[in-house]
Design a protein around this ligand. Structure first.
Ligand code: R5P
Length: 311
């Protein structure tokens, strides 16, 4: 692919390599090291002058490190004469900080979007952001891809007695998209977040009695949301084995232990984040074909319409 450079930070080498294989185009050589004082140093080892650059770097934990590395790589590309710079960030950190709760908090999502614009990017490619409305915080053009078709296709639907479950109000639209694809009804768990790692549930809306829940979410962080949803579903009389599907599996803190203790038939996540799942046998569905196709079409100035989230 002439004039195209694929470059990756260190956040998810497995995914970057898989995208490169899908495209049949190598990743550009680069150095990523640290000075003795801990500051990051990056250097691109090939010419990028006049090139259309796709910089693959999910802003997964530690997000501050991977974000800064992404910005350093972008700056190196820009100063070396790159023509066009696209941030391929399958997971965007701080996306849940999309409004002020108390009036004395930052709008973190807007800050990240502004940093990417200041960093010289022309475009951002993200996958299943916390909310489609987040497009509004980006001044840069955003290509908001969705992994729902890939995940829905990978789910072994246990039959017509299954029900897609949104574990909170925020995931309702996402759940409806799964439900359309799987041809299943939707139920909703009413969640209230108590703290970063703790949630409580007030009840379930929808018919879940004796049905097998397919609980879907944009992300699993501490596993608290899924744990609370499973308890509420069992309380509401659902079948005692469930399926969980989420685009981003961060699995921080006690998440693996928490989820491994639940009656889950299967946990599906994508490889947007390179997190360890230890004893939890989570199935990973790769985003590589989706990201490769998006890059191919962007490079050729072709439509992405069928790959995008339509709110
Ligand atoms: C929140 O609204 C998100 O959609 C997820 O439900 C949440 O971030 C998952 O986090 P945790 O696994 O820590 O409950």
């Amino acid at each position: 692919m002439s004039g195209l450079t694929l470059l990756a930070g260190t956040a998810n080498p497995g995914l970057a390599g898989a995208v490169a294989s899908e495209l049949g185009h190598p990743l550009a050589e680069r150095e990523a090291a640290r000075f003795p004082d801990g500051e990051m140093h990056v250097e691109i080892r090939t010419s990028v002058r006049g090139h259309d650059i796709y910089l693959i770097q999910p802003a997964s934990p530690p997000a501050e490190e991977y974000l800064l590395q992404l910005l350093l790589l972008a700056d190196a590309c820009r100063r070396a004469g790159a023509a066009r710079l696209t941030a391929v960030m399958p997971y965007v950190a701080y996306a849940r900080q999309d409004r002020r709760g108390t009036g004395r908090e930052p709008v973190g999502a807007r800050l990240i979007a502004d940093l990417l614009a200041t960093g010289g990017f022309h475009r951002v490619v993200a996958v299943d952001l916390h909310s489609p409305a987040l497009e509004g915080v980006f001044t840069l053009p955003l290509e908001h891809l969705t992994a729902v078709p890939l995940l829905a296709e990978a789910i072994a639907v246990p039959g017509p007695d299954a029900v897609v479950v949104s574990p909170d109000l925020g995931a309702t639209k996402l759940a409806e998209r799964y439900a359309r694809q799987l041809d299943l009804p939707v139920a909703l768990v009413h969640k209230r977040r108590v703290s970063g790692a703790e949630v409580t549930v007030r009840g379930v809306t929808g018919d879940v009695r004796d049905r097998i829940p397919v609980v879907v979410d944009d992300m699993i962080t501490t596993g608290g949301t899924i744990e609370a949803a499973v308890a509420a579903l069992l309380e509401a009389g659902s079948a005692d084995e469930m399926i969980v599907a989420a685009t981003h599996g961060l699995f921080v803190g006690e998440a693996v232990r928490r989820l491994a203790a639940l009656p889950l038939r299967e946990v599906l996540v994508t490889d947007s984040v390179a997190a360890q799942t230890g004893e939890l046998r989570a199935r990973r569905v790769t985003l590589a074909p989706l990201l490769a196709e998006a890059i191919r079409r962007l490079h050729d100035d072709r439509s992405l319409a069928d790959l995008l989230v339509h709110a």
